[in-house]
Design a protein around this ligand. Structure first.
Ligand SMILES: Cc1ncc(COP(=O)(O)O)c(C=O)c1O
Length: 367
């Protein structure tokens, strides 16, 4: 246990009570509480459809299957991301084309993305990394020019927005994670958003064993081969209780991030990622760039401050280098930089000014 942890899940007494209420109903599979959780997310994001699933990873797979991505297709993904972004491409039988990121935002490099487009490119999975929104105007220009689908890996981006519309409304399909590092969590879980009713119905059916969407569950017809990616009422109750406070939780994250920025102002040797013009970061992860990241990370952890790397560079892993269903494009300079220098700082509900000062004091001493 660290005295200042990276994240603390937001667990109130009201949340515990609502989980117990669900247990008392005996209705433990996906059901009305899952529907309420989806409705709360839909209202918050302002999209047409939300489907709760078992994880962001299964949600991304569901999205690709819905769009008909499969063998013979190519899907472009960024190098600097959690491996799930690329593995789902292989899971549906398509080839993952890995391109570099812009080291200033840590999001996909749009020029390199375009250079990697071929006549086999069926979709792209850009990642709004750490809650940093993408340049959707640029992505939509590329989509219009090249005709691919945009499936956004918005695992960390609940609450981020671009030109006044939230992440979850810009891509063809966007997928969020409800892993406990996210500020709205269900333990394990994910959320798929789209404005396309046909796709939403297809995905609902597929995640529900392939059942006809309008069928009563007593006399179902099975229209297609499907699977089970349902999110239980019990887990949905956790997320639903957190959604009641989502505006407060998001505003607090932004305040904490602003305070970090003030504390870091004019501190040599520490830089911050940039955000696209018109975009508002959700600060799911507050990352800084420092030169001697590994040494700093070790020393801060020794002082009981839980700091972490940003995420992974896929081209450094056997799963992708020794894989005939993956093509790695370019030398990944941006991704290498982010992987070596990004340091995630603690940021959680209830974090005090004193705790933030302690983090920055220790960090600055190590530069
Ligand atoms: C960018 C990104 N994509 C996908 C995932 C996988 O999410 P999940 O654990 O919900 O499957 C993560 C995990 O944090 C992530 O950071």
């Amino acid at each position: 246990m660290y005295s200042i942890p990276l994240i603390k899940p937001y667990i109130t007494q009201q949340l515990k009570d609502s989980v117990l209420d669900v247990l008392d109903t005996g209705y433990l599979t996906e059901g009305p509480v899952t529907r309420e959780f989806e409705a709360a997310i839909k209202d918050f994001i302002g999209c047409e459809h939300v489907l709760a699933v078992t994880s962001c990873t299964t949600g991304l797979e569901l999205a690709l299957r819905c769009l008909g991505v499969g063998p013979g297709d190519e899907v472009i993904v960024p190098d600097y991301t959690y491996p799930a972004t690329a593995t789902v491409v292989n899971i549906v039988g398509a080839t993952a084309i890995i391109v570099d990121v812009d080291p200033t935002t840590m999001n996909i490099d749009y020029d390199k993305l375009e250079a990697a487009v071929t006549d086999k490119t069926k979709a792209i999975i850009p990642v709004s990394l750490f809650g940093n929104p993408l340049n959707y105007a640029r992505l939509n220009e590329l989509k219009a020019k090249h005709g691919f689908f945009i499936v956004e890996d918005s695992a960390c981006s609940l609450g981020a927005d671009y030109n006044g519309s939230m992440v979850g409304t810009h891509a063809d399909i966007a997928v969020f994670s409800c892993h406990p590092r996210k500020f709205v969590t269900t333990g394990e879980g994910g959320l798929v958003t789209t404005n396309n009713t046909e796709w939403a119905e297809w995905m609902l059916s597929y995640k529900h064993f392939g059942m006809g969407v309008a069928d009563s569950r007593l006399t179902a017809n099975f229209d297609r081969i499907g699977t089970n990616y349902k999110l239980s009422n019990v887990l949905a109750a956790i997320g639903l209780a957190q959604m009641k406070d989502v505006d407060m939780l998001l505003a607090e994250r932004r305040e904490l991030a602003e305070r970090y920025k003030q504390l870091l102002a004019n501190k040599a040797g520490i830089t911050l990622p940039e955000t696209v013009e018109g975009g508002t970061h959700s600060w799911q992860t507050f990352c800084v760039f420092v030169e001697e990241r590994d040494a700093i990370m070790a020393s801060m952890r020794e002082k009981s401050i839980e700091v972490q790397i940003g995420t992974y560079s896929l081209h450094m892993h056997k799963a992708f280098t020794e894989n005939h269903m993956v093509r790695i494009e370019g030398d990944m300079t941006g991704s290498k930089y982010a992987f070596a220098h990004a340091l995630a700082l603690p940021l959680f509900h209830g974090m005090t000014v004193e705790e933030q000062r302690t983090v920055i004091k220790e960090l600055v001493q190590l530069i």
